[in-house]
Ligand binder design. Sequence first.
Ligand SMILES: Cc1ncc(COP(=O)(O)O)c(C=O)c1O
Length: 381
Amino acid sequence: MCEINGISVKDIIKEHGSPLYLYDAEYIRRQYKKLTEEFSEFKHRIHYAMKANENPAILYIIKDLGGGIDAVSPYEIDRALNLGFQQSDIVFTPSCTSVNELVYGIEVGVNVHIGAVEYFPLLGDRLKDKCIGLRLNPSIDIKGNKKIATAHSNSKFGIPLRDLNKVKKYQDKYGFKVKGLHIHTGSNVKDVDDLNKSVAVLFDVVSQFEGVEYIDIGSGLKIKYRTGDGEIDLEKYAAHIKSKLYSLNKDIEIKIEPGKFLVGNAGYLFTSVNIVKKGYEKTFVGVDSGFNHLIRPMYYDAYHEIENVSNPGGEIEVYDVVGQLCEEDTFARDRQLNKVRVGDVLMIKSAGAYGFSMAMDYNLRKKPKELLIDRGNIMLI
Ligand SMILES: Cc1ncc(COP(=O)(O)O)c(C=O)c1O
């Protein structure tokens, strides 16, 4: 049976049972380092998008590395503050939230990004002398999964560029300063040129506001979900940002908000086989998990590699891997796996981001345990 960082998966499952999530701390550190090295030629700050995986143990790893947080709710802000992140470490970019939540962010002192001009009159004098950021909608259509595209003209996210004049009028009226400009193009963006187009829009807007201190380029950093998949071309991305900064010639910090780039491939979901059943045409492998634990395949049609770690030498057969919820609940269709038997353990890969954090108690089934492997130790987190 397979090993992760020298620890046998069989021993882990024997001790902790299944289903369970397992994360590799060292992988997260490596990804963080990769990003800081590529961005080393300009002032930058990594704000981990904690929505990807908000487990405190993961957040501590980010904190130790010197990273900040991208939060999208007051609950995420509170968790980050409770773990010792400072207000200035946190950017807060909620979507279509209540005015009260924005006021909370402003009062608590984090970097609030406002994503609609309609908020300004509702916030009114509470904005006086405050520094805020603007989340813009650059109207960019990206290649790839439309369900995770957030910068096109029909997306609910961000302020349309045509409304920038209105922002300036509200600025005069309510007396706030625009300290930051933000975009988030989407998740897992296939083509780095799409990200670069979005970044260019931000750079075009900077000169329209006096005193912008940072440009937050969001995320969208593509990761490998399957063999043969490409990763984001970080070198090209960083070179583009560098050239834009050079032309702008202002002291601006670049903020970036990776989620899945840091934790996606650090995580695995292990699940045991309850039943192998033959349908009319297909053979189904029914496992002790479902979209209540990992919703990405059902919600985003996401592809996750699966391995039968109990029978790596078994003959290859074709299966649909399905969960135990009383719903259409499919992890993979027509997937080649080494022969699967009742009791075998399947490893679902790339499950570190938007796995546990999107898990739920549907059918009153419990969420999986989460374990972290770090420096040869395995911890329940
Ligand atoms: C505003 C914002 N920033 C960052 C992220 C992180 O994206 P990813 O996990 O693709 O890196 C998201 C995720 O959707 C987001 O909405």
